[in-house]
Structure formats: structure tokens, C-alpha cells
Design a protein around this ligand. Structure first.
Ligand code: AMP
Length: 506
């Protein structure tokens, strides 16, 4: 069964069972299936022969989920955009879309040929009597979703994940930590917005296991008291988050087994899981399994896994990121493309049945990063991750990046993306953004900029630059500090000397 069939099956066998709960509303499997069927029929009628992907705008609401499922049931990919994305960036995503409509479950201040707003979506759901037939659903190599990630040119890149990729991924993720049977009917925690691929790990694994997705909204996450209260109420068995989010929760004394007595598994992905985070979690949750997974959006959420036992945590530092899931091959390549020896560091290459077909409307970037290789007489898609790592047997270790991509508080950012956006501001002629590290982890960003005029008040100018940047890039990408220089230092190759500026490649 593919994921859409599983959701329909859940609606038939357990119609009143809650599929998702956000802080405002909840929805059961019957309604989720029915409403998305109705909305899909409306999309099909409205879009006709135009099969282009559809932007779904909002923040973790049940209506956002209905819209996403409606798109794929109508045979069109959806592209989720969270409300935390600034309007101008959302606009640049919309500009790339050729669909006659976009679905907005929250107020969207952008221009598009037709924006179907929440009240209209509700009207369609209430008045429609026609449901979509399952032969319209996205299938096989059709694109299921497009998730935009930071791009070095200053424009986000849309990663296209097919139905096959998602279903292959789910065949594996339903058994992560505990067997699928042990996950049936349980609560899954959702930390990441739907526009980040980490959310696919909780959302679709949960729906495939007939669980309830317990979604933590932005508002809840930014208030410790509400957050702890919601975690307690969640009764969650499966935890999915970045390590950064768990570290924030660990700051709260009450965060432990007493607060979440039913928690069975922590699933981590997206950034380095440190030994110290694991030790703290093992103390607070002695009965929960901790699983580290690794993978970029381009290979569908995650492709490796390892159970971090106390023994592994005591003997390995840094921790491994795991061994490849079935259907995935990991290779380590030297700079010249040759395979590295066991234990030798090189670029991590991921091949297999969850590798994306490439970036949306972006053949140049697709060609640079994706390729096809024959393995055992079968053509397999491959992706050059830009991550550095090595293998010990089949166990993969991650060592950092070979380019300027970083992870800050779990967010994937191309440093050049920020720089190119800073350069859009009138008064700036040059910019270099450098990460600052604390305890071996990137903790903030500093922007070194050359200003056209003399800066009289650095504090006020920094504030003003930050305000201007808020309009064009997400808040998590805004540098904490601005340093004004007459010129940027250059190295012998004529490039900005980032090492000198702060030590990005140390
Ligand atoms: P994203 O596409 O947002 O999932 O980011 C993918 C990148 O996050 C990877 O290419 C890695 O650089 C990093 N990453 C993902 N998982 C891990 C992990 N378990 N440990 C360290 N870094 C990770």
C-alpha cells in the first residue's frame, strides 16, 4: 500500500481516530480523507490540464494538511511554505510556479494569479459532494512534494521528491526505533514546520502507522511553560526533532520521563547529535531509545540510522550517523572523484531509491549535484551531498561540510544565500557571513560588510540592516552581529579570507 492508500484505509477501519492535533484544532481520519477528496476534486476542476505543483501556505494547521493531501490526490505535487518565510521569499517561490492557483490557510501577502484563502477552502469542503477518484492520485515517478531549501545564489532551490521516493522512505521509517506494529495508534510529536523535510519523518510515518500527529506550533515552542505543558499533554511515544530542539527542552528541569512517561523513541536528524545531549537524554529518559539518522532533503529526509546505546555513547566520539537503509548505497569520494579507502575522509555520495529527481525548474543545479550510476545492472540516482565523512565498515561518520553550507539551530543555510541578500540592501557593497562556534557547534552568525558611507553609529546601522533583512530572508538567517570594514580581507586565491574573518573552515 502507498501512503495515500494507507490513509484511506485508516479512514475506513478507524474513521473517528484522531489523525492530527494542532493547538487550535484536530481532525480524524474520516474527515481528513473526505475533505481532502473534496478539495482534490475542486483542484482538478479548476486546474484542468495544468498539472503544475501547487503552493500550500500556512503553519501546521489541519487545513494545511488537508490542502497538501488534496493536491497529491488531484495528481499535483504540493509545495509547502511556512508563515515564517518572509513575503518576498514566498513571492519568489510563487513566481516559479505555473499553477493557476495557490492554497493559503493563513493570510498571504503576495501576488499570484489566484490565491484560494481559508474561508474559500472551507466553503469548498462544506459544499462539495464530488470526491476525486484514486486513479488521479500522484503515483510512481510523479512528484509528491517540493521542499525549498536555502540556495547559494540567494534564491531557494525546490527539491522534488517523487511518490516512489516517499513510499520507499516510509517502508523504512515505519520501523525506525520500534517496529511498525508497536507504533500503531500512538502519538507522534511534530516539531518542524511542514516546509522542512524533517516534518515528513513525523507526519507521514505517523499517518502510515495510523497514529496521531501532535503538532507543536511556533507559539507553543517559544514559551517554555506552554511547551512543557503541551509535551505532557501529548502523551507522545515517538519524538522527532533536531538535536537543537531537544537541547532547548533539556534546559527545563521538568523535561524527563515523569513529563512524558510513554515516550519510546527519540528520532533525530538534521544536525550533529552530541555525546553530551545523548547522556542527558539517557539520564532523563532511561527507557527511551535514541536513534540518530542522517540525510539531506535531496535524498528524502534520512538515509542512515543508528541506535545510540549507552555503550555506543561511551565509546564513540563523535557519534556515527549510522548505516544505510535498504535500497541506499553510500560512497565516499576523494576530491578527484576516486573512491576513498575505508576510514579516509571524502565527500559523502548517496545513491538509491529515495534520491530526488532534481531541483524544480533548475537544470543547472540539478546537473551539478545529481547523476545516474549503474549498480548491479540497474540505473540508480545519485546525489553529491557536499558533506564530508568516512566509513568504518558500513558505519558512516559525518565530519562537516566541504562548502559554505551550515546548520544553525537545526536550520540549513547556504552562507552565500545570506550574503547575496545582504548585497541587495542599498548601502552595502561587499559582504561575508561567518559562523561563530561555541562548544564545537555553530551558535550565531557575524556579517562583515563594507558600507558605502562612513558608519557613524554602528549599533543603529546594524539594527536598521537587520530590520531590512527581515523583509527578505527568514529570521533564523539574520546575522546576530554586523562588523563594518573598509574592505574585506582576501587570500592568495583572490577569494574572501574567511579563515581570517572568523575561521569558517577551521
Ligand atoms: P536538510 O536538507 O535540511 O535536512 O539538511 C541536510 C544536511 O544536514 C546534511 O547534508 C548534513 O550536512 C546535515 N545533517 C543531516 N543529518 C545529520 C546528522 N545526523 N549529523 C550531522 N549532520 C547532519
Amino acid at each position: 500500500m502507498n501512503i495515500l492508500e494507507k490513509i484511506k484505509n485508516n479512514a475506513l477501519t478507524h474513521p473517528r481516530f484522531e489523525a492530527m492535533r494542532s493547538d487550535k484544532e484536530s481532525i480524524n481520519y474520516h474527515d481528513l480523507d473526505k475533505y481532502s477528496d473534496y478539495l482534490a476534486a475542486y483542484i482538478e476542476d479548476t486546474c484542468g490540464n495544468n498539472k503544475s505543483p501547487i503552493v500550500v501556505y500556512g503553519h501546521k494547521s489541519v487545513y494545511m494538511l488537508i490542502c497538501m493531501l488534496a493536491c497529491v490526490k488531484s495528481g499535483r505535487a504540493y509545495c509547502p511554505v511556512d508563515t515564517s518565510v518572509p513575503d518576498s521569499r514566498t513571492q519568489s517561490i510563487l513566481n516559479q510556479m505555473e499553477s493557476p492557483l495557490a492554497l493559503a490557510t493563513e493570510k498571504l501577502n503576495c501576488h499570484f494569479q489566484r490565491i484560494v484563502e481559508l474561508n474559500e477552502i472551507k466553503e469548498v469542503i462544506e459544499s462539495q459532494t464530488k470526491a476525486i477518484s484514486s486513479d488521479k492520485w500522484v503515483n510512481g515517478e510523479d512528484v509528491f512534494y517540493i521542499i525549498f531549501t536555502s540556495g547559494s545564489t540567494g534564491m531557494p532551490k525546490g527539491v522534488q521528491i517523487t511518490a516512489n521516493c516517499l513510499n520507499n522512505y516510509l517502508d523504512w521509517s515505519i520501523n525506525l526505533g520500534t517496529k511498525k506494529e508497536d507504533k500503531i495508534g500512538k502519538r507522534f510529536l511534530n516539531q518542524a514546520p511542514f516546509s522542512f523535510d524533517l516534518s515528513v519523518m513525523d507526519l507521514y510515518t505517523c499517518l502510515a502507522c495510523r497514529g496521531t500527529l501532535w503538532s507543536l506550533s511556533k507559539g507553543v515552542q517559544s514559551d517554555y511553560k506552554l511547551l512543557m505543558q503541551s509535551l505532557q499533554e501529548s502523551n507522545a511515544a515517538v519524538w522527532v526533532s533536531t538535536p537543537s530542539f531537544a537541547e532547548i527542552c533539556l534546559l527545563e528541569k521538568s523535561f524527563g520521563e515523569q513529563l512524558m512517561p510513554h515516550l519510546e523513541t527519540f528520532l533525530f536528524c538534521g544536525e550533529t547529535l552530541t555525546n553530551s545531549t545523548v547522556s542527558k537524554l539517557q539520564k532523563r529518559f532511561p527507557n527511551a531509545k535514541i536513534i540518530n539518522t542522517y540525510g539531506p532533503t535531496e535524498t528524502t529526509v534520512a538515509v542512515t540510522e543508528v541506535h545510540v546505546t549507552t555503550q555506543l555513547n561511551d565509546t564513540k566520539s563523535p557519534l556515527p550517523v549510522g548505516h544505510a537503509k535498504p535500497g541506499t548505497f553510500i560512497e565516499i569520494r576523494r576530491e578527484n572523484g576516486e573512491p576513498a579507502e575505508e576510514g579516509e575522509r571524502g565527500e559523502i555520495i548517496i545513491l538509491g531509491n529515495t534520491v530526488s529527481i532534481g531541483y524544480y525548474n533548475n537544470p543547472e543545479n540539478t546537473k551539478n549535484k545529481f547523476f545516474i550510476k549503474e549498480i548491479a545492472n540497474k540505473k540508480v540516482r545519485g546525489y553529491r551531498t557536499g558533506d564530508e565523512g568516512y566509513l568504518e565498515g558500513d558505519m558512516l561518520y559525518y565530519c562537516g561540510r566541504i562548502d559554505l553550507q551550515i546548520k544553525l539551530h537545526g536550520y540549513r543555510i547556504e552562507v552565500e544565500d545570506i550574503e547575496n541578500n545582504i548585497l541587495k540592501l542599498n548601502s552595502i557593497t561587499r559582504a561575508a557571513v561567518v559562523p561563530n562556534t561555541r562548544n564545537g557547534k555553530i551558535s550565531s552568525l557575524t556579517a562583515y560588510v563594507v558600507y558605502k558611507e562612513k558608519v557613524e553609529d554602528a549599533f543603529a546601522t546594524s539594527l536598521s540592516l537587520k530590520e531590512q533583512l527581515k523583509e527578505i530572508i527568514p529570521e533564523y538567517m539574520i546575522p546576530k552581529k554586523f562588523v563594518f570594514l573598509d574592505q574585506l580581507p582576501m587570500n592568495g586565491n583572490g577569494k574572501i579570507d574567511r579563515k581570517l574573518l572568523g575561521g569558517i573552515a577551521q
